[in-house]
Design a protein around this ligand. Structure first.
Ligand SMILES: C[S@@+](CC[C@H](N)C(=O)[O-])C[C@H]1O[C@@H](n2cnc3c(N)ncnc32)[C@H](O)[C@@H]1O
Length: 267
């Protein structure tokens, strides 16, 4: 058993954060993660491209919101640090930006120092928290001391909610998080869908489930519900790769379109 600060890191069990790190070519993954991720890649080799495209959506949406004036960010389901991290993108435009990261995987905590490299005028914090308990997450001292909830915040839940099935209250927890954010705040989300290739996504979901991680792909309509009551920014809810693609980035093949993304503002 590998422990960190008294916490069992459960390195013998595949974990979504470390599998994602493996798809991205990172080094914070272990035999069980590589075995499960290898099964996924054997079924769906485009997953590596989709993971990179998902990171690229985070860069583009963060830049767009920072340029629009937002200088506070909460990123839940942060993942293992991968340069550039969200604060580096946001502070590249707004050096005073404040960023709070949250994840429930202890291995992300062990790498949190890479997320705490704020500009001197800005601030970053890391909170170990579970999105399924939004009340505790919002009450965490690291969040309360860093973010002023009376001012607009960009809340990102990227590639996270497909790990929270309906039975765990995915829509209710997002509604709760939305309810505490000030007008002008933004909700940024990307999410796995089976709309484009139900059979292949069914196999991928099965591999995660066999490795002990519940996954629920959602349809366009189910994903759109997360944004109810808020104003979607153009181009609306689209395949992740089609959310304001940059001309200087290589085009992503349509075969890697297995996720939706959207950004909405609280009126
Ligand atoms: C696929 S990674 C996405 C990382 C990053 N958001 C991105 O889009 O590049 C999913 C992350 O969500 C985290 N996660 C999964 N379930 C969670 C939960 N219930 N609460 C908080 N974090 C969770 C995992 O530990 C992992 O770091």
């Amino acid at each position: 058993m590998t422990r960190y600060d008294g916490v069992d890191l459960r390195l013998n069990v595949a974990h979504s954060a470390r599998m994602y790190d493996y798809y991205l070519g990172g080094f914070t993954n272990f035999a069980a993660d590589r075995e499960a991720a290898g099964h996924v890649l054997a079924t769906a080799p485009w997953v590596r491209t989709a993971a990179r495209a998902n990171r690229s959506f985070m860069h583009r949406s963060t830049r767009a919101l920072a340029r629009a004036g937002i200088d506070q960010f909460i990123d839940i389901g942060t993942g293992i640090p991968t340069s550039p991290n969200l604060h580096e993108v946001a502070q590249g435009i707004r050096p005073r930006a404040r960023v709070v990261y949250a994840d429930n995987d202890p291995i992300v905590l062990t790498h949190a120092l890479a997320l705490l490299t704020s500009t001197p005028e800005g601030r970053t914090a890391y909170v170990e928290a579970d999105v399924t308990d939004p009340v505790a997450l919002l009450a965490a001292p690291g969040l309360c001391e860093t973010i002023d909830l009376t001012r607009p915040v960009a809340l990102s839940l990227n590639a996270l909610l497909h790990f929270v099935p309906d039975a765990q209250g995915a829509h209710e927890l997002v509604d709760h998080l939305k309810s505490v954010l000030a007008p002008g705040s933004a909700l940024v989300m990307s999410h796995l869908t089976a709309d484009f290739d139900p059979e292949e996504i069914g196999r991928v979901v099965g591999i995660y489930q066999a490795a002990g991680t519940a996954v629920q792909a959602r349809s366009h309509g189910e994903f759109a519900r997360f944004f109810d009551g808020w104003d979607l920014l153009a181009p609306g809810i689209v395949p992740t790769v089609d959310w304001r693609p940059r001309a200087d980035e290589p085009p992503v093949p349509a075969s890697a379109a297995a996720g939706y993304a959207g950004v909405a503002l609280r009126p």
